[in-house]
Structure formats: structure tokens, C-alpha cells
Design a binder for this molecule. Structure first.
Ligand code: AMP
Ligand code: ZN
Length: 145
């Protein structure tokens, strides 16, 4: 059974869904709304938002999550994108500015840092026994969620 969609009057993305704030709409379904980002990192940068107010991904019911990625695929296909990032930020220090779950579709038309997402990737080299212990801990926790 589908959950009842939540809406927050102070939320800018809830206002966009309701049509109280204008947007350049792309795709709309029963569960999602997508539109052009007004501060694009590259031409065609789009956002997909669930029609349910949840600040972070883990707070969002699965039916909304399941609806979002096919829209990302459609937006990428419509633009003929070869290189792009799907990004979803949770929390201020993880670069989330708007506290309503959203998925970015960010075209990466060239290798230049001037357009598209610029990613830092500070990979670590953990010892195998550290990874093994972490793996066991996570598997135990996953079995309880
Ligand atoms: P994030 O940092 O992941 O929270 O991204 C928020 C995104 O929302 C930014 O890329 C903004 O440019 C975008 N944004 C904020 N307000 C609007 C708006 N009214 N219409 C379209 N995009 C918006
Ligand atoms: Zn909202």
C-alpha cells in the first residue's frame, strides 16, 4: 500500500511540485517531478524530486525511489548523454543545500573542470583484516534493518 505523500509549506521543492514556484518541467509521474536546475553545472543539468517531502534518502518510501531512476535514464537518453553523473546529496557537509530529496542528472560534456561535476576521490588503502571486520559488522547490521 502506497504511503500518503508529505508536503512542507516552507520547502522550496514542495512549492515547485505544487506549482507555487515556477520551474522548467521535464517529466512528471504520480511519484516524481523533474525540472531544469536553475544553477546548472553544465547545459542540461536536471533535478528529479519525489512528490513526498523527505529530507534524506533513507527517509523516503521505496515507491518514490523506484520511480526516480527511470526518469534519470529518460533525461539522459533524451539528451543523448555519453558522459554524466547522477548525484544525490544528503546532509550539509555532503553538499545538500535543499532539504528535500533530489537526484541531479549532470551532463559531463568535456573533461574540463569548467563544466559538469568536479569530483574529489580521496581513496584510502585499508588493510584486508580491517575490510573483513567492517564487512562482517555491516552484514550483521543489514540483517537487522
Ligand atoms: P543540493 O546541493 O544537492 O541540495 O542541490 C540543490 C540544487 O537545487 C542546486 O543545484 C540548485 O541550483 C537547485 N535549485 C535551487 N532552487 C531551485 C529552483 N527554484 N529551481 C531549480 N533548481 C533549483
Ligand atoms: Zn519538500
Amino acid at each position: 500500500m502506497a504511503s500518503v505523500a508529505r508536503s512542507l509549506t516552507s520547502c522550496i521543492f514542495c512549492k515547485i511540485i505544487k506549482g507555487d514556484i515556477p520551474s522548467f518541467k521535464l517529466v512528471e509521474t504520480d511519484f516524481s517531478y523533474s525540472f531544469l536546475d536553475i544553477g546548472p553545472l553544465s547545459k542540461g543539468h536536471a533535478l528529479i524530486i519525489p512528490k513526498d517531502h523527505a529530507a534524506k534518502l533513507h527517509e523516503l518510501p521505496d515507491e518514490y525511489l523506484a520511480d526516480a531512476m527511470p526518469i534519470a535514464k529518460k533525461i539522459a537518453a533524451a539528451q543523448g548523454l555519453e558522459n554524466y553523473n547522477i548525484l544525490q546529496n544528503n546532509g550539509r557537509i555532503a553538499h545538500q543545500e535543499v532539504d528535500h530529496v533530489h537526484f541531479h542528472v549532470i551532463p559531463k560534456p568535456s573533461a574540463s573542470d569548467e563544466e559538469g561535476l568536479v569530483v574529489g576521490w580521496p581513496a584510502k588503502k585499508p588493510a584486508m583484516d580491517e575490510l573483513k571486520a567492517l564487512h562482517q559488522e555491516l552484514v550483521d547490521r543489514l540483517n537487522k534493518v
